[in-house]
Design a protein around this ligand. Sequence first.
Ligand code: MN
Length: 228
Amino acid sequence: MTYTIAPPVLPSLPVSGSDQRFPIRRVFCIGRNYAEHAREMGASVDRSAPMFFCKPADAVVSDGDDVPYPSATTDLHHEVEMVVALGSGGRDLTPEQAVTLVWGYGVGLDLTRRDLQAQAKANGHPWDVAKAFDHSAPVSALRPATEVVLDANSVLRLSVNGELRQQTTLSEMVHSVPQIIASLSALFELKPGDLIFTGTPAGVAALQRGDRFHAELVGVAELKGRVV
Ligand code: MN
């Protein structure tokens, strides 16, 4: 068997302290998972109904790589988020079952064309062009869950050009990681290789060409890069 055209390269991320790479299948994202961020966007949090969207796997950009400023926007925003990588799959899971799917953790930016998102919201249109564009998902190297200790006091933060822009503890999450995975598993059969962006805290703002970003899930993962 041969393909009609060259098959796409499988997107992947490095693993901290290893030569192995983590293959990426899909990228799921939750919206409005920190109440202060929902408020700054003029929205409210619906605790009973988490809101999801997706990015293509090949939107992922590795640590240290440049992010090209995207076309068709003049308001590119950063959203720093904890990223969860799934090592196994399942559907219709309880939160207790869901947490066993987690292979590792990282930190990423859910880059957003905020002007196109505002237009989409106003018109009742889908968010794809605002969220799922090329290079819209920089993610750190992943750290295996077996090496990670996270709790309510764990800190997620982002600096741009050395200035702190976003900072939170994980205690501010509306839906916990097990709850997010369980909710997603009622909508999709989850698979090994799926990544989940778990929402951003308040402080989202614009990035310009030349800006250097430094995202951290403190003690777990770091992501550095530049917008060009
Ligand atoms: Mn986000």
